[in-house]
Design a protein around this ligand. Structure first.
Ligand SMILES: Cc1cc2nc3c(=O)[nH]c(=O)nc-3n(C[C@H](O)[C@H](O)[C@H](O)COP(=O)(O)OP(=O)(O)OC[C@H]3O[C@@H](n4cnc5c(N)ncnc54)[C@H](O)[C@@H]3O)c2cc1C
Length: 433
């Protein structure tokens, strides 16, 4: 039986859209399980997400919705993130931890923060300088951003920083003289599934949905007599309405349309980063007091290391714990280079050298290659996505999700966008059209 709305991709965006539509949909997911970037992997009893995944949101309604979906399989935790800077812990975010620095460095940061004559910024690097002063920018923000984005922050626009809360001046001064303050308070307390890792959120959605077809990789999309035809390896599906949640790069590979040159140029010019997630399983419970560390130093392969015990004891076998590291690579890096044993060895080596583990405690390792991890907001980003959005709007395919819309969004905004799209698709005006 044909369904009105075809949803390509069973990540959180596709599942949330199906949930809000309430019926008359079909999800086609290429893998044998749903989840996408919210997948939790397992190796010999060690569970690990695609990097640190936590539930937080500035939208309380959506956060409550996520928490309610998990029923009793959820707990609230307090963030305990730190920055590992010159071999010592600095409270996260950096501007709230200045007191941990040497006196000379505290002075430099405070002086440049208070006497900041940088002009209005036009790119990310300038924004770091004009918001925090030269010393804070050059000691942490610029090197950290360079490390995660794999391009110089002067080549990135300002769109991404809109989501970074700016600290009140009083907090920076207090932090310099050693009075406790908290930054990024919207994620100071977060929710996380007690069992099953972040993918439990996906499973909770799946329990409420009926029409999901797994192992259905979409291979071709075209229109015939006003009906969308969607072909997989072994089936053809008809839909009145089509929503794509798959990465835009994958969508255009299967779309049987000749793209206007400027649209294909815009897509080819989008910059993204791939990622390796390295699991380091330990034969004892360690670092229960930490959730994550952020490392600007280029000697460390990863920019961020998460500690399973800070999320849930059920992410590791009894008496064990783990660390998972996130290492970004430019999007064109070959898979073999990203998911290599060299990357695992470097990660374990760095953790041991800095004293986070002893090599003898390592009882398990694993690595996963994530092709599409981070959209990178370079200076042409806005111009490129506008061309792409206009084209797909005219074509009549709705784009929804992190790599379909090519936006840096978390699961909360994916759900929020799915709710809005469901309202639009079911509105009388849209049905008449
Ligand atoms: C390192 C990292 C940390 C993050 N941290 C957080 C966090 O702390 N909190 C949070 O809420 N969010 C976090 N996120 C973001 C979150 O993971 C994403 O926003 C969300 O999972 C995106 O979901 P999506 O459904 O839009 O896309 P995806 O998850 O990419 O789903 C797309 C789906 O389409 C399927 N697909 C692809 N091609 C085809 C095809 N041809 N046919 C059929 N199906 C196909 C894929 O298999 C996949 O299931 C993080 C992301 C990363 C990378």
């Amino acid at each position: 039986m044909s369904q009105k709305t075809g949803i390509i991709g069973g990540g959180v965006s596709g599942l949330a859209l199906a949930y809000f539509l309430g019926g008359n949909y079909e999800i086609l997911e290429k893998d044998n399980q749903c989840g996408g970037l919210c997948t939790t992997y397992e190796k010999n009893g060690f569970l690990y997400d695609i990097g640190g995944h936590i539930m937080f949101s500035t939208n309380k309604e959506i956060l409550n919705f996520e928490v309610a979906l998990l029923e009793d399989n959820v707990h609230q935790k307090r963030r305990s993130n730190k920055i590992w800077y010159k071999g010592r812990f600095v409270k996260y975010p950096f501007e709230n931890g200045l007191h941990a620095l040497d006196k000379e460095e505290i002075f430099e940061c405070l002086r440049d923060y208070l006497k900041n004559e940088n002009p209005k910024p036009t790119n990310l690097k300038e924004w770091c300088h004009s918001t925090f002063g030269n010393s804070l920018a050059e000691k942490y923000l610029v090197p950290y951003n360079k490390k995660i984005w794999k391009i110089d922050p002067s080549l990135m626009g300002l769109e991404w920083v809109e989501r970074i809360p700016k600290p009140p001046m009083e907090d920076v001064i207090k932090s310099a003289i050693g009075i406790e303050t908290e930054g990024y308070t919207h994620q100071l307390y977060f929710y996380y599934p007690i069992k099953g890792g972040f993918q439990s959120l996906i499973k909770a959605f799946e329990n409420k949905l009926t029409n999901i077809s797994r192992n259905k990789e979409v291979k071709a999309i075209y229109k015939e007599k006003n009906i969308w035809k969607v072909e997989t390896q072994d089936s053809i599906h008809d839909y009145e309405t089509l929503v794509s949640t798959i990465p835009i790069f994958e969508l255009v590979k299967v779309l049987k349309e000749t793209l206007p040159q400027k649209v294909s140029d815009a897509i080819n010019n989008l910059r993204y980063n791939s990622m390796a997630v390295v699991l380091v399983g330990l034969n004892k419970v360690k670092h229960e007091d930490l959730t994550a560390i952020y490392v600007p130093d280029t000697e460390s392969p990863a920019h961020r290391y998460c500690f399973s015990a800070g999320f849930s004891e059920h992410l590791a076998p009894k008496g064990c714990s783990s660390i998972f590291a996130e290492i970004t690579f430019p999007g064109n890096t070959p898979k073999e280079e990203v998911a290599s044993t060299t990357v695992i060895d470097k990660t374990v080596g760095w953790l041991a050298k800095e004293g986070f583990i002893n090599k003898s405690e390592v009882c398990e390792t694993d690595i996963k290659y994530i092709k599409y991890a981070y959209p990178v907001y370079d200076l042409n980003y806005i111009q490129n996505v506008k061309i792409i959005y206009d084209y797909f709007d005219t074509l009549g395919i709705s784009l929804l999700g992190r790599f379909a819309q090519f936006v840096y969004i978390n699961s909360d905004v994916c759900i929020q966008n799915a709710q809005s799209l469901a309202k639009k698709l079911t509105s009388t005006a849209y049905i008449k059209k």
